[in-house]
Design a protein around this ligand. Sequence first.
Ligand code: NAD
Length: 350
Amino acid sequence: MSVMWDLPDFDGHEAVHFFHDVETGLRAIIALHSTHLGPGAGGTRFWHYENRETAVTDALRLSRGMSFKNAMADLPLGGGKAVILADRNRTKSPGMFAAFGRMIDSLGGRYVTAEDVGISTADMVEVSKQTNFVSGLPVSTSGDAGGDPGPFTAMGVYLGVKAAVAHKLGRNDMEDIHVAIQGVGSVGGGLARLLAKDGAKLSIADINKDHANAMAKEIGANVVGLDEIMRVEADVFSPNALGAVLDKVSIAHLNAPIVAGGANNQLATPEDGQRIFDRDILFAPDYVINSGGIINVGLEYLGEGDVDEVNRRISKIPERLTAIWEQSASSKLPSAEVADNMARSLIGRS
Ligand code: NAD
């Protein structure tokens, strides 16, 4: 019988909790990868998984990702993640989130949650009636940290894209720099608007065609096909939709010297970091460039500052990326591997 410790994605996780609430039928997994720097913080994903193994794998991978992301964002937070196993119709009820809140509370603060895929602010409000170990709640006082993390993530990605252009192309402005953006939702759309203001040339693609067309009209971008966006001849390819878009095939066809975007887990496998490096493409490790949202949510939870402090910390993303790229060049290691090594050392796992 294989157990948790034998799973390929088990990476010295401190604990993996399995919960079941008989009354509401709620099943949830809370994985704590590391609490070395502070409570394991990371959102809750509400998803219909084809089988339970996939849910466990997701919780293991995502919680490790949060350890790395929080450490590299210089937050006194560890890495954790929760997944709720939804039914096929993704049925929700306030009772489920109340039960989930009690599950979180039973961990006594070792895990702090917030929104992730499938979870609304209203769901988090239900959770917050049962536990204080929750963030991502509506902001009551204007100027406080917190609320929708999307615009903060977009700002960090924008600063990261500019840093990549400066590093790779030696340009300190974005006038006519061509950026191909995959996904123009909360993060990609925010990024597109910021880049448009700087006079960048934009190609965009989104599965929601109406949304892509409306965005193109608003900011003067060119809409391209879903299959085309990763092959557009551009200065920057910016993935802001799905994870795992960078694989053996897509990397071979990339037509841009820089990949920098907000999507989580962009590399399909660790080998793909090496493939990008071998093609001399500058890659911004996703959990470093997209940390603006967790900085906002983290400071909200920690009660450590207002929006100005959030923005001050987000403004450090470019220097973090530059340090990674410099080390990547001197050590001849892919930037993704350099970032992982830095993160591991920060959480005492090097
Ligand atoms: P979102 O749902 O607002 O936007 C995603 C957009 O991508 C949507 O417009 C969707 O139609 C589009 N899309 C989906 N599949 C596509 C495809 N195959 N091709 C082109 N477009 C496609 O989500 P978001 O909050 O903007 O998040 C985008 C990415 O950034 C995700 O990977 C998310 O995990 C990551 N991320 C988001 C935040 C945040 O603060 N929102 C923080 C860190 C990371």
